[in-house]
Structure formats: C-alpha cells, structure tokens
Write a protein that binds this ligand. Structure first.
Ligand SMILES: [Zn+2]
Length: 134
C-alpha cells in the first residue's frame, strides 16, 4: 500500500485531546524524491514528535536523527553524513488549513496536522555546512 506524504507524516488532531502525545516517523527517500531535491540523494532518519495541546494551540517538538546521503564537497562521490536536529513548531487550530511559514502552521478544526513539509525543511536545515568523507 502506498501512502502519500500527507498521510504518512500526519498527526490526527482528534487524538491530541489527551496530551502529551508522542509518535515517531520513519523518513526515507520518498520525501525527497517527490520534491525533486538534488541536494539530498538519500535519507534514513527518524523523526520523534511530541505534541502538547493547550486550548487551540499545539506545541509540536520534532527531533530528527539519522543519516543523509549528499555529494562530498571534496570528491563529489556520495557521502553519508549524520544529522541531528531539534526544533519546534506552533500549530494554531482555527477555521482554515494550509497556511504555514516554517515556524507556525494553521490547521482547521478536525483536520490532521501534516508534518511532511516541516520534516523535509528540518532535514535540509540540519545538513552541516561542510559535507565530506571523514
Ligand atoms: Zn569524499
């Protein structure tokens, strides 16, 4: 069965009635190939998600850990580097879904909180400036 990113990286908002809520996602190449990323050639990461809901606001903490394959700065061959990154997203529950600015997201009541774009961006941000074989 094939899941879209929208389904794969979603938190059911209804399940956040009893917070804190935590879950983990396996992140693989699909997230990057669908976005036609040229920078990232492969990814094997886990995203650990913790969500705390207070009224109509949900604080989402995401910790990403794993490995990413990029081109080596020195020899241009594929090079596997470790990434580790923690960040937080504030989700506002309101009337409409869709708005997102990298730090805040607006989700309509009853809709899932979909984290595919946020996890994608977090892994890009997590990449070190210098990438080369040890
Ligand atoms: Zn190299």
């Amino acid at each position: 069965m094939h899941y879209t990113d929208q389904e794969r990286y979603a938190i059911d908002y209804q399940s956040l009635e009893y917070t804190p809520y935590s879950c983990e996602f396996d992140v693989d190449d699909a997230l990057f190939t669908e976005r036609e990323s040229e920078e990232v050639k492969g990814v094997k990461c886990k995203a650990f998600v913790e969500a705390n809901r207070t009224g109509s606001t949900v604080d989402v903490d995401v910790r990403i850990t794993g490995t990413v394959v990029v081109a080596c700065d020195r020899c241009l061959e594929d090079c596997e580097i470790e990434v580790e990154y923690e960040s937080s997203l504030i989700v506002h529950i309101g009337e409409e879904s869709g708005e997102y600015d990298g730090e805040q997201m607006w989700v309509a009541k009853g809709d899932n909180i979909v984290l595919d774009q946020y996890i994608y961006e977090s892994i890009i941000i997590a990449l070190p400036y210098q990438r080369h074989h040890a």
